[in-house]
Design a protein around this ligand. Structure first.
Ligand SMILES: [Zn+2]
Length: 64
């Protein structure tokens, strides 16, 4: 049983509150994830919260 307490460092990560697409619920600290690329068209963008980003190994669009 390990607690995963994230350090509250103030990086330039905006803590947005909104709907997380992965667990279908609202959460704070969501980031824009451009997970689905559809060829040359405009890919579908989704938002994911922190836990879901770790769980699914998602990379925020801004961190690429
Ligand atoms: Zn989530």
């Amino acid at each position: 049983m390990s607690e995963s307490t994230q350090p509250t460092t103030t990086e330039d990560t905006p803590t947005a509150y909104g709907l997380c697409h992965w667990h279908q619920g609202y959460a704070s600290g969501i980031r824009l994830i451009n997970a689905i690329e559809q060829g040359s068209g405009s890919g579908i963008t989704h938002f994911a919260c922190g836990p879901c980003r770790e769980l699914h190994r998602l990379t925020p669009f801004a961190d690429r």
